[in-house]
Design a protein around this ligand. Structure first.
Ligand SMILES: NC(=O)c1ccc[n+]([C@@H]2O[C@H](COP(=O)([O-])OP(=O)(O)OC[C@H]3O[C@@H](n4cnc5c(N)ncnc54)[C@H](OP(=O)(O)O)[C@@H]3O)[C@@H](O)[C@H]2O)c1
Length: 408
């Protein structure tokens, strides 16, 4: 009996997942096949950047030309799950129709909006509601900031309608194209590799370096200088104006004093590894003001695998853990997305015996970021894949329970 009900639930939920998949693939096709795009383009004509409709007529037409056909295709293909049940599990034909029932609700609401029934938009078109964004883009479900990015950041990304699964699979959950991305520790091994891979994704990288120098990338075999800004630990506020124009800030600078434990080593390690990153993080968060900032701005913090495992360098571990925990605390109510980079040993100036290639690590970071992974783990140590998420989850809950959001 229990098995019967469990199978019933699987058929019901599976049929809904199937129609959501159809919706997202229809949307992807609409952007890549011109006959469908001609209909879909109406949907993109409707909204101003504040999500208010340009006019009532275009709003209604967009529903007849895009939302209604989309729901009809979903309805038609929803019958496939019923057909599979008919062939292989006739006793589950009814739950296999759940996806059709679910789609009928979308069809009815699209028709209601097309007819112009008063209040239908507010009740049913939730991802297009105007007003201030209260949270950053969600990771697994489509909220307003996430969908806003499809309209106004990159129409060839953020395709999903309800859950972000298809975008995660396709690498279209975050678009780096055209984004201004500033990287600290830019002349370092990983810094340079990141600048290179971000450039390849169509981003506009900015090198933030602590030395007087110009950083260059290799493009088609030639050395091309990138916009380079010199900054110093302790003078983070000098970057305030530049950070206003930055979409993504990658905090990547760091030192490793290895076996040292002098007063100077303690002070320098905390100053460079923990406090300068924390100050830059806070400074950057003050630049997040508009709906566009909330939707598009991000910070990536390179805290290291040392958050959960030994790096055989006590001060390195202490300072990276302190940074990691500060990030866990601050991102509970950060106004934009904050990612952590949890990296295992790679070969660099800081770690000459690291085993991974920095180029491969940078490539994996970018691959996981465009899939909107919030804790990007790149390591050869399998324990980190278990220990880090567990620690992050428990520490996050602890911080949530025993701290509170400031009234301001
Ligand atoms: N290598 C590993 O195995 C490993 C593993 C996990 C995490 N990480 C982390 O990855 C990041 C990059 O490290 P990496 O391995 O690529 O090392 P790296 O080649 O030594 O690069 C680190 C960069 O940080 C910047 N930096 C160093 N001291 C600084 C100071 N006093 N003030 C401001 N900037 C300073 C420098 O760049 P500029 O001169 O351009 O400012 C330096 O090139 C670090 O945060 C590190 O902790 C490394």
């Amino acid at each position: 009996m229990v098995t019967y009900w469990m199978t019933t639930v699987v058929w019901g939920v599976g049929s809904i997942v199937w129609v959501e998949l159809v919706r997202d693939l229809y949307h992807v096709l609409s952007h890549h096949w011109s006959p469908l795009y001609r209909l879909h383009a109406w949907h993109h004509r409707v909204f101003r950047t504040d999500l208010t409709p340009v006019n009532e007529e275009i709003y209604r037409q967009a529903h007849w030309r895009n939302d209604v056909p989309e729901a009809l295709v979903m309805l038609l293909l929803s019958w496939l799950s019923w057909w599979f049940a008919y062939l292989w599990a006739p006793e589950h034909q009814l739950p296999a129709l759940t996806g059709s029932l679910y789609t009928l609700v979308f069809l009815a609401s699209a028709i209601a909006r097309g007819i112009g029934i008063k209040g239908a938009d507010e009740l049913t078109d939730l991802t297009h509601m105007p007003g201030s964004f209260l949270t950053p883009p969600a990771s697994w479900r489509v909220n307003r900031p996430y969908h806003w990015k499809h309209h106004f950041d990159n129409q060839k990304a953020y395709y999903c309608g309800t859950f972000t699964f298809v975008d995660k699979l396709m690498g279209t959950a975050v678009s780096l194209k055209g984004k201004t991305i500033a990287v600290t520790g830019a002349s370092g091994t990983l810094g340079k590799a990141l600048l290179q891979h971000l450039h390849q994704q169509g981003a506009k990288p900015i090198a933030l370096t602590s030395k007087e120098q110009t950083i260059s990338l290799t493009v088609k075999g030639e050395s091309v200088p990138v916009k380079t800004i010199t900054w110093q630990v302790g003078k983070e506020s000098d970057l305030a104006t530049q950070l206003e124009k930055v979409d993504i800030l990658i905090l990547n600078h760091g030192i490793n004093v290895h076996g040292e434990r002098s007063t100077e080593a303690v002070a320098k390690s905390y100053e460079v590894n923990t406090f300068s990153s924390w100050r830059l993080l806070e400074l950057f968060l003050t630049t997040v003001r508009t709906n566009k900032d909330i939707a598009c701005k991000e910070v990536w913090v390179n805290t290291s695998e040392a958050e959960v495992s030994p790096a055989f360098s006590p001060l390195y571990e202490l300072t990276k853990r302190a940074l990691g925990e500060l990030v866990t605390l601050r991102r509970l109510d950060a106004p934009c997305v904050v990612r952590k980079l949890i990296l295992g040993p790679f070969k660099s100036n800081l770690n000459p015996i690291g085993v991974m290639s920095p180029d491969w690590v940078a490539q994996q970071i970018v691959n996981l970021a465009v899939r909107d992974v919030r804790n990007i783990i790149v390591t050869i140590n399998p324990l980190t894949f278990v220990a880090f998420p567990l620690k992050e989850f428990l520490v996050g809950i602890y911080f949530k329970l025993f701290s509170r959001k400031s009234a301001g």
